[in-house]
Design a protein around this ligand. Structure first.
Ligand SMILES: Cc1cc2nc3c(=O)[nH]c(=O)nc-3n(C[C@H](O)[C@H](O)[C@H](O)COP(=O)(O)O)c2cc1C
Length: 303
């Protein structure tokens, strides 16, 4: 049997498949379908220092080959996560990635300290949420601010820090380089692309927040392009995501340079999607003669 394990910023995942933040909650619902230990890692819903209700509905709408969402970081707050959700997740043999968002760089630091002490395996710093007013995307689109948040997160964290980049920029490598120089241990990309739908009968935007973030199969080619660009520009390991719904999608991201791959929106139509992607990816790697799936990383050939 082919070796499925991969290394992400010094953390060994038993296979390269990660549940993407915000599409898997804290794993409870998916745990009724299969053992969460099947996955390489679970990236939990974005956490903030205090509980958030999120944005008012409607906040999810379908699009051709995807969805747009403006959930707005609904979550119980970092302390409630540590008290009520982390112990439950820890019962499974799966790495836990805490996804965090703050209104100020200091808030990122505080959360890193708490989550490192609580024993998560990795912190994913979200500087790319398009659905919140403060922080979020504001940090992910300016190299200096992205670097400042990264440096603070690193200073307050005892576990590896991965920074999640936004595709809503002209040149993603500029932000990737700034974050790498500030000490990030890994990068994850892509978050959602800003989008909008309008109901032609009511003439109102379909989402209550007017705009939202586009995800799902429609964004895969953008994700592959950006992972490839970032992999060419910086030496850090990459968690690739955006539109993955089958094994060959995940293989594309790995060939472009990703060490591991997250599955997000696909979980909404098929809760088994991450497990199916894992099996199909393994099958492709094996049929191409690899002994380890990790050998796919960066394997794209030049013309
Ligand atoms: C409903 C929804 C909620 C999300 N919430 C978060 C979040 O809290 N933090 C985060 O970093 N990304 C969040 N994302 C972005 C995903 O983690 C992922 O980057 C993006 O959806 C692209 O992957 P996909 O096409 O496989 O879904 C969310 C995406 C969706 C669809």
């Amino acid at each position: 049997m082919i070796d499925q394990s991969v290394c992400l910023a010094g953390v060994t995942l038993k296979n390269p498949i990660v549940a993407a933040s915000g599409t898997f909650g804290f794993g409870r619902e998916y745990g009724t379908f299969y053992d969460l230990s099947e996955l390489g890692a679970i990236c939990v819903k974005g956490l903030t220092p205090r509980r958030r209700e999120g944005n008012p509905p409607p906040r999810i709408a379908e699009t051709p080959m995807g969805i747009i969402n403006s959930v707005g970081l609904q979550n119980p707050g970092v302390d409630a996560f540590i008290a009520a959700e982390l112990p439950e997740l820890r019962r499974h043999d799966v790495k836990i990635i805490a996804n965090i968002s703050g209104d100020t760089p200091e808030e990122y630091g505080e959360m890193c300290e708490k989550l490192s002490a609580a024993g998560v395996d990795l912190v994913e710093v979200n500087i790319s949420c398009p659905n919140v007013k403060a922080g979020g995307l504001a940090y992910g689109t300016k190299p200096e601010l992205a670097a400042e948040v990264t440096a603070l997160a690193k200073r307050h964290s005892t576990v590896p820090v991965m920074v999640k980049l936004s595709p809503n920029v002209t040149d993603i490598t500029e932000i990737a380089k700034a974050v790498a120089e500030a000490g990030a241990d890994a990068l994850s990309l892509i978050n959602t692309l800003r989008g909008m739908r309008i109901d032609v009968n009511t003439r109102r935007p379909i989402l209550r927040q007017n705009t939202g973030g586009l995800s799902g199969p429609a964004v895969l080619p953008v994700a592959v392009r950006m992972v490839w660009e970032v992999a060419c520009a910086v030496k850090l390991p990459i968690l690739g995501m955006g539109g993955v719904s089958c094994g060959s999608d995940a293989v594309q991201l790995m060939l472009a340079g990703a060490s591991a791959v997250a599955v997000g929106t696909a979980c909404f139509t098929d809760p088994y999607a991450p497990v199916k992607v894992r099996d199909e990816l393994t099958q492709i790697a094996q049929s191409q003669g690899h002994g380890r799936v990790a050998e796919l990383t960066g394997g794209v050939l030049p013309w």
